[in-house]
Design a protein around this ligand. Structure first.
Ligand code: PLP
Ligand code: COI
Length: 341
């Protein structure tokens, strides 16, 4: 199959319309069979639940071309399960996990010409999402929903790819205790828009959010979890009930322990400890592992010993092993790689 003529190395993290997307509707208590469509637009009633009360959730995963030329995706069953959890919390009817994986496979197959070639530095980002589609004016869940999957080829989330970034400790909160921080609801990202525009205007790449209740513990950024490395090469990653359970973080914990023989602590991380770490990185599907060189906190700077020129050595090992597994250069743990074609 002939690939599209796209400048893969320079596409950045943006939306490019691809040929087909999957759509399934929920009505009268059941999901229909779903179809692939060429229509990238959605027509909705003015009073649709998603437009009035933000009843929408989403997922993000990627398709990769492996070294031996297959198209694969990474742990889609975990995205399917997380979307079930998100749906339940927003009182939406879950899209069945096995059908989620089938829809992802079908959509990627239909857009195979947009899966960037091996070694191009780009990947195909897959965005499953669902929303309340019928009119609701009293505050209540919708009765009808639409589940969709589209794809878009993407480059690195942060400009410069693996170049260390600078982040700031945000004055805003992302998620409340006992709120929606642990699910992938659109409203969490709406919450972060003023904070990210403010951070960018001040010259920072991202925000570090602290826990809303005490503002003493590290939570996550707007779109990724944190991974820290201690001076004696231990991995430390924040545990919190108000952060998104990142599939990349969960995978990196396994990689660190089983592939690299490193000790891993998943625990509450106090901001006061951060200055003592040797390396810091952001991990997520979009971010992969993006090294953080500097954290700005109200006039004080934390500069990690790994510096602003390159990833620290442990972050680099984690990055090489994870991407090696995803691109088929390193043997994956059982069940991590779903071969699409
Ligand atoms: N945290 C937030 C707020 C995110 O939006 C994401 C992206 O999905 C992540 C963490 C990383 O999660 P994952 O590794 O499953 O992509
Ligand atoms: C992802 O990594 O898939 C996300 O959803 C993060 C988003 C900020 C693009």
């Amino acid at each position: 199959m002939e690939k599209k003529n796209i400048d893969w190395a320079n596409i950045g993290f943006g939306y490019h319309t691809t040929d087909k997307r999957f759509v399934s509707n929920y009505k009268n208590g059941a999901w229909d069979d779903g179809v692939l469509t060429e229509d990238a637009n959605i027509v909705l009633n003015e009073c649709a639940g998603v437009l009035q009360y933000a009843q929408t959730i989403f997922e993000g995963l990627k398709a990769y071309t492996t070294e031996d030329g297959h198209i694969v995706t990474f742990r889609p069953d975990l995205n399917a399960q997380r979307m079930v959890d998100s749906a339940k919390f927003l009182e939406m009817p879950p899209f069945p996990a096995d059908r989620f994986v089938e829809a992802v496979v079908e959509t990627v197959k239909a857009n195979a010409a947009y899966v960037p070639p091996y070694g191009s530095g780009a990947t195909l980002y897959i965005r499953p999402y669902m929303f309340g589609s019928n009119p609701v004016i009293g505050v209540k869940p919708a009765d009808e929903y639409q589940f969709r999957v589209f794809t878009t080829p993407v480059g690195p989330y942060f400009k410069g790819g693996a170049q260390p970034i600078t982040i700031k400790v945000s004055d805003y909160d992302r998620a409340a205790p006992h709120g929606t921080g642990h699910i992938k609801a659109g409203l969490n990202y709406a919450m972060s828009l003023h904070a990210i525009v403010t951070a960018h205007a001040e010259g920072f790449d991202e925000n570090m959010y602290l826990d809303a209740a005490t503002r003493t513990k590290v939570e996550e950024t707007g779109g990724a979890n944190f991974i820290f490395v201690t001076k004696d090469n231990k991995i430390v990653t924040p545990h919190s009930s108000s952060i998104l359970p990142s599939i990349t973080r969960r995978s990196l914990i396994h990689v660190a322990k089983e592939y690299l023989g490193l000790e891993v602590e998943e625990r509450e991380v106090y901001f006061d400890e951060v200055k003592d770490f040797a390396e810091c990185g952001l991990c997520g599907t979009a971010a992969v592992i993006s090294p953080v060189g500097k954290i700005y906190d109200h006039g004080n700077e934390i500069c990690f010993p790994s510096g602003m020129d390159a990833m620290g050595p442990i972050t680099q090992k984690l990055y090489d092993t994870l991407t090696g597994i995803q691109m088929g250069r390193i043997k994956a743990p059982e069940g991590w790689i779903k071969v699409i074609e």
